[in-house]
Design a protein around this ligand. Structure first.
Ligand code: SF4
Length: 154
């Protein structure tokens, strides 16, 4: 079983919001571009922060978030940097749309888990919260990731 983010008192988890852009408008979304910024973090800033966090703890888990992190064109670069720096585990949270052909730019050796966001066990429940068509798109994304050999969570 691959390593994953741990929610225990001794765990160090870095929830790294790399941009606020998103293709969806979920009802519960707390991202506020006016407050949190509108520009994706530049690649050099991503790398610099990953280095800073890695120095703080060798046992840190990093979770890439957004917005929708796969919309960031430098996500794969950030993942590979995190891998080189030796993070305990690397997770990408996604709404399932998997932009920028991310599954072709990283490997199951780079990413411990893709964490897919669903807000209901049925199409009806999920799409009421996340928007029409999101359930099918997310399920398709999960299947595609599994086909490529990635570990997934929902
Ligand atoms: S997918 Fe995530 S970031 Fe995008 S609107 Fe929904 S909750 Fe917000």
């Amino acid at each position: 079983m691959k390593k994953t983010v741990a929610f225990s008192k001794d765990a160090t988890n870095i929830f790294f919001h790399i941009l606020t852009n998103c293709n969806l408008k979920c009802r519960h979304c707390y991202i506020n571009p006016e407050q949190h910024g509108e520009k994706p973090l530049p690649p050099e800033t991503l790398e610099a922060w990953l280095e800073v966090f890695a120095k703080k703890s060798k046992e840190a888990n990093v979770i890439f978030l957004g917005g929708e992190p796969t919309m960031h064109p430098a996500l794969s670069l950030a993942v590979k940097k995190a891998k080189v720096l030796g993070y305990n585990s690397i997770t990408i949270d996604t709404n399932g749309y998997l932009f920028n052909d991310i599954l072709s730019k990283v490997t199951p050796d780079d990413v411990d888990y893709f964490s897919f966001s669903l807000d209901g066990a049925t199409r009806q429940t999920n799409d009421m919260i996340r928007g029409k068509g999101c359930y099918d798109k997310c399920i398709a994304g999960i299947r595609k990731a599994i086909t490529r050999g990635f570990q997934v969570r929902d």
